[in-house]
Structure formats: C-alpha cells, structure tokens
Ligand binder design. Structure first.
Ligand SMILES: [Zn+2]
Length: 358
C-alpha cells in the first residue's frame, strides 16, 4: 500500500450496472480517489478526485461516489465525506451552504404563503367588494330596496301620522340638499313612516330610498334643520354606497366570487332581495365619519347650519341614552368624539381655524 493513502469512509462498492456489492473503503491516494476492498488487494475503482462524482448530502441518505467506469461506492459515513471535501476545498462548505440555502428558501416560501394568505384576507375581500360594487347593475339595489320596504311595511311600519305641513317642510329642506348631491333630487325618494318597533330612526337604502320615522321627527321637535342634517348624512351613505359595501363584505370571499361570476345562488338572492337585514346593518366608524362629513358639506352648501347633525347626536344621547339598545343609537353610535369631529369639520368649511386639528 502506498504510504500516502488516507482513509475517507467505509462502505460498499458496486460494479457498474450490478447489484453485487463488495465491502470496501474509500481512500485518498495522493489526490486520487480509490475504492479498495475491505480485505485489501488491488483497488476496485480509481479516479482523479475531480473526476469522481460525489452526491450531495441530503439528510441521512447514503452518499454515492460514482467513478468514471460507472461503478459506485456507497457509504453512510456522510461526515467522513464532508470532512474529505472540506479538507480538499471541494464544495464541503458549499454543500453545507447549499443546505442552509435550501432551508432558508423553505422558510421564505412558508412565510410568503402565510403573508399572502393574510394579504388575501386583508386586501382581497375589500378589493372584491369594490369590484362587486362596480359590477352591480342598478336593478339590484332597486330590488333590494323594494324588498326591504315591502317587508318593513308588512311587519313594522304604519302610514305616517305627521301633519301634511310638517312633512312638506322637511321634504323642502331635503330637496335642497338632494339637489346638491351628484345623483340629483331625482336620485332620492324620501318616505315618511310611523316607525313602530324601530322607533326614532332614519335610514337609506342603496337605491336612494330614504325613510324617516314619525318618532324621529317628534323627537326633533321644532328643529327641522337638524332632521335635514340627518337626511344629509343618509345621502352620504347612499353616495358612498355604504350599504352595498357592508352587505358584500358580509357575503365574504366565497359569496363575492360567486356574485361577481354571476352565479348568484338562491341563498344570496334571498339576502339581496329580502334585504330586511339592510336596516339592521351597522356601518363601520369610518363609514359613519364619512357620512357625517358629507352631511356637513351638503348642509353648508345649501346654506343650512353645517353642524346641525351634531345637535341630533346630543339629543339622541340625552333622550335615548338609557335605551341605547334600540336601533338608532346602535346603528349610528353618536360618541362625543364624533360630535367633536363634526364641529371641527364644520368650522374648517366655514373658514375658521380649528385649533385641535392640523
Ligand atoms: Zn350613518
């Protein structure tokens, strides 16, 4: 045996294309790799180190060293092979590096999957809601409103008992602000109803149908301007399509995809057309704030007190504070912050400084 022989690893040698195996050792002989029988004797295979193909380390799977004659030396001693590769500056570190890269890539892919999943819920649903709102033909909000009004008239509402003169006064004020909305006066229908169980309330359906209850008018007393401010807020909800958005958000991802694809199942259709739930919808704080600002803008433009709706929230809290479970306060929460924002915005629109805001 040559004196420069260095043992690398023990294992088995297989001739090319044969399942026969010979117990052997892999050795380094002055830069040449050789498989020598365990029992000693002439090498079974030999090749310059850079011509032998060494498989990459994958877990604890045996490494294969393939010689140029096609014979293979197989070993479980992964560490021995790695030590040899590292000592010869041949990819040992590179292999470890590759493995680390592989693990890193795996972590990145898994993380990306989580982030994407989160993003779909964070941004996908709002995006689909916007698409659904855009592709909704006008007949859908009309059907929803018609269904809702029929359901409410059959179950909850009675004809209004307000004096004709009072209704005219409110309708005149309403016409002034409705005319300033992009939809125009013809884009809205104001309905008076005895609200029955739903009490003092005002709401808008997505097609521009507005309802104000006798109870709300009574609550407001002589302050018709305040009622108009509330109706201006409802116009804001219609303009900004809040109820459609809220309904579509409630439909969720699957419902929205069906809706946009035009595959509206009977369940979805029931929700859309019955729509009794429309009235019970509560909007987000952001939607309420946007509708409040719209009220301030429309009221200012029409020459009314822009902050009239703030008076209404004060009144609600004073008179309905203990019965906050009822509809108007739960669907239109009037917090002091909200009132403050209305007053601040009204001041800004009037050109006065608003010290608490930039
Ligand atoms: Zn509102």
């Amino acid at each position: 045996m040559a004196s420069e022989e260095r043992a690398i690893a023990g294992g088995d040698w297989h001739p090319a294309g044969s399942s026969r195996s010979v117990a052997a050792r892999l050795v380094d002989r002055s830069g040449r790799l050789a498989a020598v029988p365990e029992a000693g004797g002439t090498p079974l295979a030999e090749a310059p180190a850079d011509r032998a193909e060494i498989s990459a380390r994958v877990g604890s799977i045996p490494r294969r060293i393939t010689f140029s004659d096609g014979s293979v030396f197989e070993t479980w001693d992964n560490d021995g092979i790695d030590r040899y590769l590292a000592a010869n500056g041949r990819g040992g570190a590179g292999l470890v590096h590759w493995l680390e890269q592989f693990r890193l890539r795996l972590v990145v892919v898994v993380l990306a999957a989580f982030v994407l999943g989160g993003a779909i819920y964070r941004f996908g649903v709002p995006l689909l809601v916007e698409v659904a709102v855009r592709v909704t033909p006008p007949v859908v909000p009309e059907l929803m409103a018609k269904g809702t009004m029929e359901a409410l008239d059959a179950t909850t509402f009675s004809p209004t008992r307000l004096p004709e003169a009072k209704r005219r006064e409110i309708a005149d004020g309403f016409a002034r602000i409705a005319a300033l909305s992009p939809r125009g006066e013809a884009g809205y229908t104001l309905n008076f109803r005895d609200g029955g169980a739903i009490g003092p309330n005002a709401f808008a359906l997505p097609d521009g149908t507005l309802v104000v209850t006798d109870q709300l008018v009574t609550l407001a007393g002589d302050d018709t301007e305040m009622i108009v401010g509330v109706l201006a807020h409802e116009i804001g909800h219609v303009e900004l399509e809040h109820s459609l958005r809220q309904l579509y958000r409630a439909a969720g991802m699957a419902g929205l995809i069906m809706l946009i694809a035009g595959d509206v199942g009977s369940g979805v259709e029931d929700v859309l057309v019955q729509g009794g739930g429309l009235v019970a919808l509560s909007y987000s704080r952001a939607a309420e704030a946007a509708a409040d600002r719209r009220s301030v803008e429309l009221m200012a433009k029409a020459g009314f007190d822009p902050a009239a709706i703030a008076r209404f929230f004060t009144l609600l809290e004073e008179k309905l504070g203990d019965r906050s479970g009822t509809s108007m306060l739960s669907t239109h929460p009037g917090t002091p912050e909200r009132r403050k924002e209305i007053l601040d915005y009204a001041r800004i629109l009037s050109g006065q400084s608003a010290p608490d805001r930039q």
